[in-house]
Structures are given as C-alpha cells and as structure tokens.
Design a binder for this molecule. Structure first.
Ligand SMILES: [Zn+2]
Length: 287
C-alpha cells in the first residue's frame, strides 16, 4: 500500500523505515565545530522540525528497496539497544519493517552506507548468548576502505559504541560480509556509488528505473542546512575537505538531473529535491 513512506522510481519501490528519532545529545557548537551558533537561526526557522530546543533533532532512517529481483535494506540503524550513549533508546527498525509486511528473512542484501554505529546496529542480534545475523538470508555489503579504516585501533578507540565486534567482525567470521572497492551495480537498477569524506569508504545508492532516479545519499548531508551551506562539516565527518568536495559534486549532479534525494537523517521520510531561491540552494521535502 503506497503511503508517504513509499517512493516509486520506475519499477522500483523505496520505503522509508525509521529506527528512532531523538534530539542528538551534543551541543550544536560541538556537533558543528566551525559553524557559529547564530548561523543556525535562519535554518531553525526554515527547518523547525530538525531541532528540539537547542539540539538537533535527528532521524535514524533506513530504506528498503524493492526491485523485481531483490529486496535490499540500506543501513540498519542503532539496533535493539538500549543504547546507553543516547539515553538508553531502543531501535524500532524491525517493527517498522514488519509493519511493511516484510520479514527479516526476506531481505536479500543489507547494504551499509558506512560503518558508524547508527548505521550498523541491527546487523546482528543476540540469541542464546551469541550474535547472529538479524537478516538470516542476507549478504551484507560495505566498502573495503571502511572495513580497513574502522579496524584501526586508533579509530575504534574513538567510537562511543564498540560496534565493530558484534556488528561487523561477527559477519566477517560467518563469511557474510562482501566488500566493494568502487562503484558497482547491486541490481540493474541499484548502483552503489563511492562518496567518500564522511568516512573513507562512504557510499551512496543511486536508483534508476524507467527514466526516473533517486539518490540515497547516506551521511553526505546530515542536516538540510548543508544543502545551502555545503562547506559546513559535522563532528563526525572524517575528512572535511573531501566531504566538502563530495557534497558539492552531489549537489551539482542532483540539481542538473533533477534527481530525488533520499536523506536518512532528515525528517522522515527524507525524500526531497534541491531547489533554488534567490540563487541559493535549499532543501524542499516532497509533499
Ligand atoms: Zn549517520
């Protein structure tokens, strides 16, 4: 049943799923170190549903892609929790998946845009004292550079949630994790595109079918203000200059080709377009 959560792209359906939504517990001047707090005022007015009091209200969106050949899940949220670093919240992804009449065993591919704790949490679940895949028939896909990067002890030490063992290495041990080294079609309609910067192996997903296109951008843009202020980096962007290059290139592409953008950290369902007002770019959510 199509709803505002469903985006149809030719013969492909994208369905927005949420794991949770909450005010991110980090002051704006820490989350966006280079951005003066007053610079947010314009964007608080323009995008009021992305703030709660002085904190950024963040959606943890995941996306189901249904093609004629495959059912693909893009990212797996924070996981079952309770997640101590964000106030003990518990993820709801599986409930929302089932509400779409999709069972975990029906997922063929779990595609991980990158290896941050808010994108890999439901990769595995605990059962009888060990971690098992939450999607028992799926192969999991990530970029090789993210696997290499997040295996570094210095990088692991910086993560507030120690996700690599239970959510990633466990899949490696079970032989379920495939790695990509460049752009690659997952199906004829679904193409993984390397968009580095936020993390070294960050990937976006371009869906093309019957002359229509949508781009699931991952964390290239974390807040809609970055559509206008593409040089604004967030605390979690690993390589700031490269993040900036990737954002500029993506903005040009989606604007030139009028591609629907799918943004997992924008308010649900995260579908929208880049539009111009007085020469500046802005985010326009789909109605
Ligand atoms: Zn994220």
């Amino acid at each position: 049943m199509p709803s505002h959560l469903t985006l149809t792209v030719g013969n492909v359906q994208i369905v927005a799923l949420t794991d949770m939504s909450f005010p991110f517990p980090m002051p704006l001047d820490e989350l966006w170190p280079e951005v003066p707090v007053e610079a947010w005022d314009e964007y608080r007015r323009r995008y009021p549903d992305t703030f709660r009091d002085d904190l950024m209200l963040i959606e943890i969106g995941c996306y189901l892609i249904r093609t004629p050949q495959q059912t693909i899940l893009i990212d797996t949220g924070y996981g079952p929790g309770p997640i101590e670093s964000i106030g003990g919240l518990e993820g709801e992804l599986i409930d929302h998946l089932k509400a779409q009449n999709v069972q975990p065993h029906e997922i063929d591919t779990v595609f991980l845009s990158h290896l941050h704790s808010d994108h890999v949490g439901w990769n595995t679940i605990e059962s009888d004292g060990q971690y098992v895949p939450a999607f028992p028939n799926a192969r999991y896909v990530v970029h090789q550079q993210d696997l290499d990067h997040f295996r570094r002890p210095d990088i692991q030490a910086n993560q507030s949630i120690p996700f690599m063992g239970p959510s990633v290495e466990r899949l490696v041990d079970l032989g379920l994790l495939d790695t990509l080294t460049g752009d690659k079609n997952l199906t004829p309609e679904v193409r993984a595109v390397h968009t580095p910067g936020h993390t070294p192996g960050h990937m976006s997903v371009l869906v093309s079918s019957e002359g229509q296109q949508a781009l699931i951008e991952g964390d290239v843009f974390v807040h809609p203000a970055q559509i206008t202020e593409h040089e604004w980096n967030c605390h979690f962007d690993y390589d700031w200059p490269l993040s900036n290059v990737t954002r500029r290139a993506m903005l040009r592409t989606v604007e030139d080709k009028n591609i629907t953008v799918v943004a997992c950290h924008f308010p649900l369902p995260g579908y929208g377009h880049v539009v111009r007002e007085n020469g500046k770019r802005y985010w326009k959510p789909s109605a």
